[in-house]
Design a protein around this ligand. Structure first.
Ligand SMILES: [Zn+2]
Ligand SMILES: [Zn+2]
Length: 156
């Protein structure tokens, strides 16, 4: 199920920054604009590459620090386990992810899934569940198609 992306509007981002007494510098704003434009749940390096086209002086370190800042302000959410390079989501509305284990693509999945989900009683020993976020993992359509077509053997 395809869903439309709901990103926090720019004026709200500015408000969150003001509220926390943090300066929304032109660099941070450019990084935000780039982040919210991408639908791919980009990682720091992708954001860096895109922002650098507009701001050639920006450093990867600045991008990392900005992403960390956005995340600590609750404007974006890191996805994936720590073992992987962090990817970021600017869509803070409840939804789930389908992650392709071949190409790493992350697709948004509508939130109707958890309506059918029963919280296992064993979770009670851990604490109170406040929200459910599901990570479906598998092979995306593009990769499945590529695998079914004859192709040269790639080096792993
Ligand atoms: Zn894939
Ligand atoms: Zn998402």
């Amino acid at each position: 199920m395809k869903r439309t992306k709901t990103t926090i509007p720019e004026q709200d981002v500015a408000r969150v920054f003001r509220l926390h007494g943090v300066r929304l510098t032109p660099q941070r704003l450019s990084i935000w604009q780039e982040l919210s434009r991408q639908r791919t749940h980009p990682g720091a390096e992708e954001v860096y590459t895109a922002v650098r086209r507009r701001l050639p002086t920006v450093s990867l370190d600045t991008v990392y620090r900005a992403l960390h800042l956005f995340s600590s302000l609750g404007l974006i959410e890191p996805i994936g386990s720590d073992r992987q390079r962090a990817r970021f989501d600017t869509d803070m509305s409840p939804h789930h992810h389908f992650i392709c284990e071949r190409c790493g693509a992350i697709h948004d999945v509508g939130s109707a899934v958890e309506d059918q989900l029963k919280i296992p009683p064993t979770l009670a020993c851990c604490g109170r569940v406040e929200r459910v976020q599901i990570e479906f993992r598998g092979v995306c359509k593009g990769c499945a198609k590529a695998e079914s077509e004859p192709h040269e053997i790639e080096n792993e």
